[in-house]
Design a protein around this ligand. Structure first.
Ligand code: NAD
Ligand code: MG
Length: 388
């Protein structure tokens, strides 16, 4: 399988390279992209001499790399759209390990070009779930999730997808799971980046602390498995060992139990779900000795409630949700706003959003841009102490 890896310098990107390196007879890396972290380019090219094309964001570094590696073609953001790399590179599968909205157009292009898409970038489905499903419905492309919860659900559905009454996503609760809402007022960026069970990129670590990550994952599950929001629940789980589970109409459950290691779901997606796997059947969570669960409390993590709005109403609510969050998270990381201001910004944008029905790509790009401007204005107001 020839693979193009988008986001090779990130957490999922690096772990994808680990999986590929361990299975050299099954995977050939033909191209990859990085962001501004270009230090890894040399080592990836040494480990994967089959690479013909590399994309990086900083145009000033292209000349340097082109001179150093004349047999490889380098592109930069200024003159080339990332999604065009998918046309340029000879590949069967695109692994989308990009973070945020930057992943959407590459996901759409990959499927439009009838490629297999191994998707870590959940924001693609949050902002463009309907469009992505329409492409799949037209018979183009194949979509394989990398997110651990969705990988677990995929496995369980493979065993038995009949008579499912609920899909349950497990959640660690993020860096602040031991704090109450009052204690969230003064938490710092450093505290927020300290995730209890997973080591991940900065954005998803903050998304886990606010739990908007779980909101995104409900939307992701809704689009991937075509389940309504009413059939998707969340359960808090301390150890991140049970990765998600199904509850069947007869009361029995089925889930995947595995140590928290993203290389497992990455490998499963790279092999298109065609390798052996294990799921466990159980009659209640109490049967799973040594694992701890708690009921999910929407009042503690209110952002999770927005998944219902996005899945039920569709339109451009997901676009607004995603961009409001991206702006707010970046402002929090820049120490411009407090942790709870992230929620405030997201709710304000969502409350005022005028959704467009059945959006096409230009609508999505326009809404994304408008929300970005609006959310930045709210950040500026907060900085001046003018939060309403
Ligand atoms: P990361 O920040 O570590 O890496 C992101 C990658 O995207 C980097 O290579 C970066 O250079 C690139 N990138 C960012 N913005 C870009 C842009 N505008 N143009 C081109 N490249 C750009 O993030 P990550 O933790 O690896 O997460 C990647 C995706 O996987 C996210 O959607 C995340 O929600 C999802 N995910 C991550 C994990 C995990 O364990 N890290 C688990 C499940 C899902
Ligand atoms: Mg996940």
């Amino acid at each position: 399988m020839k693979i193009l890896l988008l986001g090779a310098s990130g957490s999922i990107g690096q772990q994808t390279l680990d999986v590929m390196k361990k299975n050299p007879s099954d995977f050939i890396l033909t191209g990859f992209s990085v962001g501004y972290r270009t230090r890894c380019i040399g080592s990836i090219l040494r480990k994967f001499p089959t690479v013909t094309h590399v994309y990086l964001r900083d145009e000033h570094k292209v000349k340097y790399f082109q001179k150093k590696h004349p047999s490889v073609t380098f592109y930069s953001e200024k003159f080339f759209h990332l999604e065009d790399l998918i046309n340029a590179v000879d590949c069967d599968m695109v692994v989308n390990a990009l973070v945020g909205f930057s992943g959407l157009l590459p996901s759409i292009r990959a499927l439009d070009l009838d490629k297999k898409l191994a998707l870590a970038n959940k924001e693609s489905l949050v902002a463009g779930g309907e469009i992505i499903n329409k492409i799949l419905d037209s018979g183009k492309g194949k979509l394989y999730p990398i997110d651990s919860e969705h990988s677990a659900l995929w496995k369980c559905l493979k065993v038995d997808d009949k008579n499912v009454s609920k899909m349950v996503l497990t959640a660690s609760g993020g860096s602040f799971r031991k704090l109450n809402r009052d204690e969230l007022k003064n938490v710092t960026v450093k505290d927020a980046l300290n995730h209890p069970t997973w080591s991940m990129g900065k954005k998803i670590t903050i998304d886990s602390a606010t739990m908007i990550n779980k909101c995104f994952e409900i939307i992701e599950a809704g689009y991937l498995y075509r389940y309504p929001s009413s059939k998707i629940d969340v359960k808090l789980h301390d150890e991140s060992y049970l990765h998600s589970y199904l509850i069947y109409k007869n009361g029995l459950c089925r889930g995947e139990i595995n140590k928290p290691d993203m290389r497992n779901p990455i490998k499963f997606a790279l092999y298109e779900g065609k390798i052996p796997f294990e799921t466990k059947s159980f009659s209640s969570l109490e049967d799973l000795k040594g694992l701890h669960f708690h009921d999910f409390d929407l009042a503690r993590y209110p952002l999770v409630g927005l998944a219902k709005l996005v899945l039920d109403k569709k339109g451009t609510y997901g676009v607004a949700l995603n961009r409001a969050n991206e702006v707010a998270v970046q402002a929090f990381l820049n120490e411009e706003i407090s942790f709870l201001d992230i929620e405030y910004i997201v709710f304000k944008i969502m409350k005022e959003h005028k959704s467009i029905k059945d959006p096409i790509v230009p609508d999505i790009l326009r809404v994304d841009h408008e929300v970005e401007i609006k959310a930045r204005k709210i950040v500026e107001k907060i900085k001046k102490g003018e939060r309403e």
